[in-house]
Design a binder for this molecule. Sequence first.
Ligand code: NAP
Length: 244
Amino acid sequence: MPELDGRVAIVTGSARGIGLEIARELTDAGASVAIVDLDEAEAARASTGLGGAERGYACNVSDPEACERMLAEVEEDLGSPYILVNNAGITRDNLLLRLGDDDWRRVLDVNLSGAFYLTRRVARGMMKRREGRIINIASVVGLTGNRGQANYAASKAGLIGLTKSVAQELASRGVLVNAVAPGFIQTEMTAALGEETRSALLDRIPLGRMGTPADVAGVVRFLAGPLASYVTGQVIVVDGGMVM
Ligand code: NAP
């Protein structure tokens, strides 16, 4: 029997990119996966593409009321979540002096506050049931910082702080909370990078290639499953050795 048989998982930002691959991996492990994204039709398309439920769930994770509505719908349709993957994330890059208030706020709202709203809401049920896995998709730049990404790096460093704090609060109730910090992964988010930046980044990766969404999704599957039952409060870096 696959290791997550009968489990319900919620993956945010999973209509495409890394989130979609995480949803695929968790489906493969036997979980019923709620595909959550900004656009319900896109989410439904992704879900049926994985052979899962015919519906996806529309939710802007930066809106606490939308998070509440989406979670109530998922619970009604699929049952209580055992796994929450906070994957939805955006970039609005600019050098500090040109970084506007709106680009600062928007990135923090989606990448950090969104994870907080959903984590707070699912934690109560998980604590009661004395089981659950929360996995936050951070980034290596949350550990190292990055020129032109003060907002994004701050949001991902914040997510790591959230992960470790909540891991400490929920450990005694059997709920494990970890973060995955991807490096340079091939998705639409990185497709816009120029050739020069791409080649400079590749030079810094000992494994000599960009990561794939599947490289990240495999680690999420591990953290969601029984093999990770003694792992909490960790940040697992998936970056081909870039920041060791
Ligand atoms: P992506 O291709 O841009 O996909 C992000 C997904 O999130 C999209 O489906 C997007 O929907 C959705 N989304 C955006 N804002 C949302 C919101 N407010 N509420 C709900 N869903 C929202 O990004 P990715 O590269 O797969 O990245 C996934 C995660 O990994 C992010 O947290 C990112 O920061 C992190 N990460 C990525 C890399 C990388 O190299 N790619 C490296 C480190 C960390 P729309 O399509 O409608 O916009």
